[in-house]
Design a protein around this ligand. Structure first.
Ligand SMILES: C[S@@+](CC[C@H](N)C(=O)[O-])C[C@H]1O[C@@H](n2cnc3c(N)ncnc32)[C@H](O)[C@@H]1O
Length: 240
């Protein structure tokens, strides 16, 4: 049974799990973990859109003792995967989780089409399993799915929690970038971006934005591609 160790998962396990996750993202995940650990932010970890569990298992390695890992996906109900963004499978996620996630990390699976969730279903996920310290959004990639899932992640975030949005600025999935534009133009968002790398945009609450930005600057300032840019009214570190 694997121990809690993201380095070992990255080196030995990750490449055996199908999915989409840039190997260079390890440092960005560790940056978030350090910024959360130093202030002892607590909460469970979750992902909408898990496919085979490649990133979910990484999040499980960042979860602490009693924190659980919540996998939200249509799984085998693929008729509801409207843009065909990778065919989920409950059995393969459970199998991979057993093989590569820390043995003391509890996996909770929620089979649902997030775009069709009722308010009762959302409240049930939040009350039973939230709030979340790390919440990855990588489900349907249409503008409606991405916007819906980003709003849901924002609502379930713990104090000092971070939302990871996949495929921002990815030319194959323009709906995600369009969704972020709508998020900032049509709503009064409570989260702001602070880090952008390898098509992932990381957000946290306005209250903790300067805290996470400071860690991102400190950790990535010597990288050749480092730059602090303005995005949607906030400073964002971009670093590969
Ligand atoms: C790009 S894959 C996720 C990749 C994964 N994060 C990884 O680490 O490899 C997209 C996932 O979103 C799921 N999905 C698509 N539409 C969905 C919806 N409406 N509600 C919930 N899950 C959805 C798919 O079944 C698929 O597993």
């Amino acid at each position: 049974m694997p121990a809690r160790d993201i380095n070992t998962y990255w080196r030995d396990g990750m490449r055996q799990v199908e999915g989409w996750l840039a190997v260079e993202l390890l440092d960005h995940l560790k940056c978030i973990a350090r910024a959360q650990d130093d202030v002892k932010f607590v909460g469970n970890v979750a992902e909408i859109g898990v496919y085979r569990g490649k990133l979910l298992i990484a999040l499980a390695h960042l979860a602490r003792g009693s924190e659980r890992c919540v996998a939200i996906d249509v799984f085998d109900d693929q008729a509801k995967n409207l843009d065909g963004s990778g065919a989920g499978s409950l059995a393969l996620v459970c199998e991979n989780f057993k093989r590569f996630a820390p043995d003391d990390c509890e996996l909770v699976t929620v089979q649902v089409d997030t775009l069709a969730m009722t308010i009762d279903q959302r409240v049930a996920v939040s009350m039973n399993h939230g709030p979340f310290r790390l919440f990855s959004v990588d489900g349907g990639h249409t503008v409606q799915h991405a916007l819906n899932d980003l709003l849901m992640a924002q609502d379930m975030l713990a104090d000092g929690g971070v939302v990871l949005l996949d495929d921002f600025y990815h030319r194959h999935w323009p709906g995600v970038t369009e969704a972020v534009g709508l998020f900032y133009s049509r709503y009064v968002p409570r989260i702001a971006p602070f880090l952008h790398a390898h098509n992932k945009l990381f957000f946290t609450s306005y209250t903790f934005h300067s805290h996470f930005l400071r860690y991102a600057v400190e950790i990535f300032k010597t990288r050749p591609q480092f730059k602090v840019v303005r995005m949607y009214g906030s400073d964002v570190v971009t670093a590969t």
